[in-house]
Design a binder for this molecule. Sequence first.
Ligand code: UD1
Ligand code: CA
Length: 451
Amino acid sequence: MEEFLPIILAAGKGSRMRSDLPKALHPLLGRPLLMHVVRTLKELDFKKIVVVVGYKAEQIKASIEEDSLEFVEQKEQLGTGHALMCCKELWTDFKGALLVLNGDVPLLQKETLRNLMEVHLKEQAALTLLTAKVEKSGEYGVILREKGGAIKGIAEITERENTSDPAEINAGVYCFKTAFLNEHLFSLSPNSKKGEYYLTDLIKIAAVKKEKIASYEAPFAEIIGINTRKDLALATSVLKQQVLEKHMLNGVTIVSPENTYIEMDVKIGRDTVIFPGVCLRGQTVIGKGCVLENGTVVVDSVIGNQVHIKPYSVITESKIEDHVAIGPFAHLRPGTYIATEARIGNFVEVKKSYVGRGSKASHLTYLGDAEIGEGVNIGAGTITCNYDGQRKHKTVIEDRAFIGSNTALVAPVKVGEGALIGAGSVITEDVPPETLAIARARQVHKPKKRR
Ligand code: UD1
Ligand code: CA
């Protein structure tokens, strides 16, 4: 798309969000709003993508790291028209047209943008608008047409009273001939009510100057603009449904779509079954043939094939190999790696630890900073005492060791291959391989005192 230079307007504060976070960074299904628009544009192969930033510009720049982005600063947020004025130098030597997009229209599809640009070129228009028909005009700018159908202007919310009538609205996505902008953008005057330079005032100017105005209509669901948290919830419900449908068509069973939350970037293999109340977030990858039972939460983790996650387990920044069973009520914290055929049972917490092939920690255990070999059995109530109040220390449990119930392993400590630890032990010294270690007071029997 070399004939077009895309410019995203994202300098506004987003006051209606009532938030400390700039609107552009509010996540929609795990991705910042602005990132949705950037990604869609990237699919269209533009040479570069310009983003106008202003409010909390540094924070936005740091959060939206993508190549081919160029940031322009709008120091004072004086309206959408003014935001575009700030980019003037970018098109002085540019022969093509501009594609200008509000940064808060995250559900736009690339086909729609392509069609809009095609209409603009075909009609040889000075400007082309993306529009949609709605039941209630709400806060959107309403397209005004002559009786014959020609567009004559846009009535902004500050310029009209009715918000509940059906209308054709402005999506906030436009193509402009640069020559038209050179002639008219800088003659915009501030809106009398808000004092802002409205980009949309250009439409009336174009109509008065008899410049060609074209339009292209998209479904409303695609052009939802995010001004408030209500809009964000609406966009979330639309996008969430699309994401779930994509997975279902790829062979994932989602028992209750309305009760399932799966973010944009999550990948799931076929024949995986997802029960109600599952939440899959961030850069999570789930393999084939897994079962994720009710209330499973997985964040930024990679899960292999045929993994069974039982109800109410929470897994964060961890990796799980094939044929593993987790939960119910297990907590895998960042840096956990569970090798194939291992089992992590109920009320087991694992942090920054490796659990080897076929090893089991089935009940009530804390494994922190531990390295556990293959075929190890960790008895109920085992605790790695990894923290001395100042530093964390490592516990090593070698292959086939058997840790009796209610053992405290005071790190740094190592349990050798095939060693056996008696129940209730407090292990403070390394245990040699193939050795029985018992570290508790011997049971004594004394005559019962008469009362
Ligand atoms: C705008 C349109 C409206 C349209 C709607 C579609 C105007 C005047 N109105 O209204 O016709 O129906 O979008 O969603 O354009 N921005 C800046 N600098 C500024 C002000 C805003 O970069 O000084 C950016 C914002 O960050 C935002 C975008 O421009 O991404 C739109 O601004 P917003 O205030 O949300 O405009 P709307 O009131 O939604
Ligand atoms: Ca908006």
